[in-house]
Design a protein. Structure first.
Length: 161
């Protein structure tokens, strides 16, 4: 299986929409109190703005001409102040491999590409948020060498509504 990684382009939108839907549908399923059902979770105009933004980087995994995975990242900088040191971080906002192509090393190849890309940007770290309920993703990121930095907690008053 010869998977290639390349930068996403504007003409990739229609091919990427099913992957964006997969991610969104998972979030709707596990947190319907936060996420709304939406057949177009990423509008084309928003996608185009991401592709054009020089601080956002989207990479696609292709198998032949078929897009089988995507990772969406963004460079974030925290300026130094009296409380924290200056930091430059590459945040992974989304990583998805097509359900029909999972467990074939494509996600690992995408993640490794992002880690190498982060090194080339000379960021302090590559970071992401992941739902506690997404145990498969947590295990995947651990297998790639990532560790838990912090945990976000809540007192949810709308659960079960």
């Amino acid at each position: 299986m010869d998977v290639s990684i390349r930068t996403a382009e504007q003409h990739d939108y229609e091919s990427l929409l099913p992957l964006f839907r997969q991610v969104h549908e998972f979030h709707v399923r596990v947190r319907p109190d936060l996420y709304k059902e939406n057949a177009t979770p990423v509008e084309e105009e928003f996608f185009e703005s991401q592709v054009m933004d020089n601080k956002q980087h989207m990479f696609v995994a292709t198998l032949g001409n078929e897009i089988v995975g995507v990772v969406v990242t963004k460079e974030d900088e925290t300026p130094e102040n009296s409380f924290v040191k200056a930091r430059k971080v590459l945040s992974i906002n989304s990583l998805c491999v097509s359900e029909t192509h999972r467990n074939k090393g494509i996600g690992k190849k995408l993640a490794a590409h992002v880690f190498d890309f982060g090194r080339s940007l000379k960021v302090d770290s590559v970071e992401l948020g992941v739902s506690e309920k997404n145990t498969a993703a947590i295990e995947f990121y651990r297998s790639m060498g990532m560790t838990t930095k912090s945990r976000k907690m809540e007192m949810n008053y709308n659960e079960g509504e």
